[in-house]
Design a protein around this ligand. Structure first.
Ligand SMILES: [Zn+2]
Ligand SMILES: [Zn+2]
Length: 352
């Protein structure tokens, strides 16, 4: 099997190895679709504080080709979708219900989605692997991981207001893949969404995905006019300025979900009076719990969630290096990589 390794910033190497034999509780899958992700791009550019260099890629779906002892939920040739981590269930965070913050979350992580085959660890198989519904393509199924992050964010938001868990409206800052997934979730849940975005293409996409109002992030007056107007704000643009802006957009009693991460040590300024007298809630969100993954799986499987417009292009796995080169040059947001872009009839794959 071939496996892509990130060995240093901006350095991807393909390596050949023999496919591992699954141990107890593990399964081996053949990757049918993998997706690039903002986290992968960040890691590609400058490494990652929680992840080592090594097998690259984490969003994927595929077919089971071998199973280890004791696995009874899956059989050979099952089409499956998964996320790359699972909590230990025993540490202090897990016991308190914060499984997304588990001390051992990144031990035994299923990295290496950019490759022919991938071994899924036992704790992931036990908690975070699902059979792919037939109506989902492999590419759609590979959205399970980013969508689980988004579902987790909404669950944090919901828990912050016991009287009215689902806000009547939301303002989303940023229309990258994650911002648009939040929009898709909001539209599906019947929440009126305003999106603040840069670039005609992203604003057009936000409109076609159902945003009620779309505002140009560079139009200072239009953004300022939104001050204090939102019941909930979700920040997905990832700058100190947009973190601060998020709090200025929410109305009294509202909620702000600071979804994007900033580098460790970064600070953001907030108007103390607004937090105190306006009683606004500032919320963080990270990763997902197995319950979030299940919810994301059920929502995707139920239909009515169209993630296809979020795919910038479909390429052959062999073209991984050039795909990351394009992402690095800010061409496109999220690419799907598939073993072969031709169908068995020799026809070009449209996108699934
Ligand atoms: Zn991801
Ligand atoms: Zn734990």
């Amino acid at each position: 099997m071939r496996q892509a390794y990130l060995t240093a910033p901006r350095t991807i190497e393909w390596r050949d190895s023999t496919a591992p034999k699954p141990g107890p509780g593990e399964i081996l899958v053949r990757v049918r679709a993998a997706l690039t992700c903002g986290t992968d791009l960040k890691t590609y550019r400058r490494g990652h504080s929680k992840l080592q260099y090594g097998p690259f890629g984490h969003e994927a779906s595929g077919d089971v080709i071998a199973i280890g002892k004791g696995v009874d939920r899956f059989a050979k040739s099952d089409a499956v979708m998964w996320v790359q981590t699972a909590p230990c269930g025993e540490c202090d965070k897990c016991v308190r219900g914060f499984e997304n913050l588990c001390d051992r979350l990144f031990d035994d992580i299923a990295l290496g989605a950019y490759g022919d085959e991938l071994l899924l660890p036992a704790k992931v198989v036990r908690q975070n692997v699902y059979k792919k519904p037939e109506k989902l393509s492999y590419i759609e199924a590979a959205f399970l991981e980013p969508f689980a992050c988004v579902v987790h964010g909404w669950n944090v938001l919901r828990r912050a207001d016991a009287r009215k868990p689902l806000p009547s409206d939301v303002t989303i800052i940023g229309a990258g893949t994650i911002g648009l997934l939040h929009l898709i979730y909001a539209v599906r849940a019947g929440v009126n969404a305003t999106v603040i975005a840069r670039g005609d293409e992203r604003r057009g996409l936000a409109t076609s995905l159902g945003a009620k109002v779309v505002v140009d992030a560079e139009d200072v007056g239009a953004v300022e006019a939104l001050a204090g107007s939102a019941t909930a704000v979700i920040e997905c643009a990832g700058t100190q300025e947009t973190w601060t802006q998020a709090a200025s957009l929410v109305r009294s009693g509202g909620r702000v979900l600071l979804f994007s991460g900033l580098p460790s040590g970064a600070t953001a300024q907030f108007d103390a009076a607004k937090i105190h007298y306006g009683e606004i809630a500032l919320l963080g969100a990270f990763h997902f719990t197995p319950a979030d993954v299940r919810e994301a799986y059920e929502l995707l499987g139920r239909g009515g969630i169209d993630v296809k417009p979020l795919v910038s292009g479909v390429d052959k796995m062999d073209d991984l290096v050039s795909v990351f080169d394009r992402l690095d040059r800010r061409e496109g947001y999220k690419f799907a990589l598939v073993p072969n872009v031709l169908t068995t009839d020799g026809e070009a794959l449209s996108w699934i």
